[in-house]
Design a protein around this ligand. Structure first.
Ligand code: RP5
Length: 166
């Protein structure tokens, strides 16, 4: 990524979450939104989480994307320490297929919002797009790039289905 100051922070509970969270990073890179990535675990590195979440706004971040699996407390705990928008991505867990992650992230108590996305890759992609949409409210050039991204997606959808075996 370029040396521009990061506007979006992508955090994840474990290195194992990167396979999912890299899709958020790829979307932001395509849209030329500067971002940073960090492994920050609510359970294994709680002090790192406090430092990250309390310092995020002051360091110039505008949105946090937080992905975690299982007992996925990272997005909610991050949201408890900042008023930046926090987008939560439930990572698909091995045992419960991410339903545990989803339930852990989505049922926040009133007063501490986390915008929860779909489980897995789709959620990570959409977290990247949603972060870009939020930033685009104050950035016309980014808004135009986002419109173009969506137009390319529409153009890429064939009208007729093709037989993959042929
Ligand atoms: C969570 O536990 C992480 O977000 C990850 O999804 C899950 C498993 O972590 P590892 O055991 O793979 O490090 O904290």
């Amino acid at each position: 990524m370029s040396k521009a100051k990061p506007q979006v922070g992508i955090i994840m509970g474990s290195q194992s979450d990167w396979e999912t969270m890299r899709h958020a990073a790829e979307v932001l890179a395509e849209l030329q939104v500067p971002f940073e990535t960090r492994v920050v675990s609510a359970h294994r590195t709680p002090k790192r989480l406090v430092e990250y979440a309390t310092g995020a706004k002051g360091r110039g971040l505008s949105v946090i994307i937080a992905g975690a699996g299982g007992a996925a407390h990272l997005p909610g705990m991050a949201a408890s320490m900042t008023t930046l928008p926090v987008l939560g991505v439930p990572v698909e867990s091995r045992t419960l297929k991410g339903v545990d992650s989803l339930y852990s992230i989505v049922q926040m108590p009133g007063g501490v919002p986390v915008g929860t996305l779909a489980i897995g890759k789709a959620g990570a992609i959409n977290a990247g797009l949603l972060a870009a949409s939020i930033l685009a409210l104050g950035d016309n050039a980014l808004a135009a790039r986002l419109e173009a991204w969506r137009a390319r997606q529409t153009e890429a959808v064939a009208e007729l289905p093709v037989d993959p075996d042929r």
